[in-house]
Design a protein. Structure first.
Length: 361
């Protein structure tokens, strides 16, 4: 029997098995979509010489949704040494690691962490061809605009966590640190932070189902046992006892303007914890403490109404490290706004879905 015949036989039997499993499970995915997914997956396995098919087959049999994104998942397994390219790292790994070198926290990552980020990059780019998760479509941009940008949070959180700035009481011991990524979308910053800090527990919250499907898929493929995903609107989730004032830190990037975002985020933060919002600084006329920034000025009321106190805004340099803001700071500079939770949030907040954005406090 020739090699190709052998592969074909393997491919067909796997495809048939997956297909049958899915139909039997009545997953609600259309017949046509399944057929395309099986085809994509089996072509991928064929290209990759069908190694690791066994392990993949076992997984899809009980996780049908994997099939829809079969090719990239297969690649992820391969980098764990159990998939179609057993033991091999992605070919672009050294160049990709180089992209992380520019950033202080990126340089500190271990080799397995860098490999996981590389796997995440593969998964994201592949999935993004079919589902609109991010406007970013190239590998260097994923590294710069998602990975490095997400890693900016690490130093700031650790500084707050250790209380080394002298202005804060200590947060929870780092090993019991619990964070919420509000409006995680494609997984930023939450997925990246989950990889960079495996001892911290993360909840990724998003209101869009397809984004949560992707997040769950990525968490499972990357085997991130410290990360979980909740599909809900913040306005509703924040009233659930298990989530209300249950987090040491809430992080958010590109979710809403600060007045609305403060009402969405602060109810999740425990007293003594922090809300950190990644923003792009826009130089404008009014001044609040250390920055000229109307968006921040207009958020003060909402921050205080929700039990918070504005602490400061930190700019990050090209290395990703935090630096002080100055009044002559460049426009479009990446900044992180830090809010400390000092009092319980009144039970009326957040208001009903959509209200915080439509009628900011
Ligand atoms: N933080 C990610 C995604 C930004 S897009 C990043 O920086 O790349 C904003 C995301 O916030 C979307 O996925 C949207 O579904 C989610 N979102 C917006 N309002 C929300 C709300 N009220 N509750 C939960 N998620 C929300």
């Amino acid at each position: 029997m020739s090699r190709v015949q052998g592969l074909d036989r393997k491919r067909l039997s796997c495809a048939r098995l997956c297909f049958t499993a899915l139909l039997l499970r009545n997953t609600g995915v259309s017949h046509g979509a399944l057929r395309v997914a099986v085809q994509r997956w089996s072509d991928h396995c064929l290209q990759r010489r069908a190694r690791g098919v066994e392990s993949f087959r076992t997984r899809v049999a009980w996780r049908p949704s994997a099939l829809v994104n079969a090719a990239p998942v297969c690649r992820v397994f391969s980098s764990h040494g159990e998939g179609c390219e057993a033991g091999s790292a992605p070919s672009a790994q050294p160049e990709r690691d180089g992209l992380l070198e520019r950033c202080q926290q990126g340089r500190l990552l271990s080799t397995p962490q860098k490999r996981r980020l590389s796997q995440l990059c593969d998964l994201l780019l592949e999935r993004n061809r079919h589902v609109n998760l991010t406007a970013i479509r190239t590998e260097p941009e994923v590294y710069e605009k998602h990975f490095v940008d997400s890693l900016r949070f690490v130093d700031i959180i650790e500084t707050l966590c250790a209380g080394v700035s002298g202005e804060r009481p200590r947060l929870a011991a780092p090993n019991h640190f619990r964070l919420l990524d509000l409006g995680s979308g494609g997984g930023f910053p939450g997925l990246v932070l989950g990889i960079a800090r495996p001892s911290w527990e993360f909840v990724l919250l998003d209101a869009t189902r397809k984004k949560c499907d992707w997040l769950r898929e990525a968490v499972e493929a990357l085997q991130l046992s410290n990360v979980s995903v909740i599909w809900d609107r913040a306005e509703l989730a924040a009233h659930k006892p298990a989530l209300r004032e249950a987090f040491d830190c809430v992080v958010a990037r590109a979710v809403a303007r600060l007045p609305a975002l403060s009402e969405l985020a602060l109810p999740f933060v425990r007293i003594g914890g922090y809300f950190l919002a990644a923003k792009e600084y826009r130089r404008e006329a009014s001044t609040v403490g250390d920055v000229h920034w109307p968006e921040l000025a207009s958020a003060m009321r909402s921050i205080e109404a929700n039990g918070g106190r504005y602490m400061r805004t930190v700019a990050t340099d090209t290395d990703g490290a935090p630096t002080a803001c100055s009044t002559d700071m460049d426009d479009h500079r990446r900044v992180i706004v830090i809010v400390h939770k000092q009092h319980p949030t009144p039970s009326m907040y957040p208001r009903a879905p959509g209200v915080p954005e439509r009628k900011p406090l």
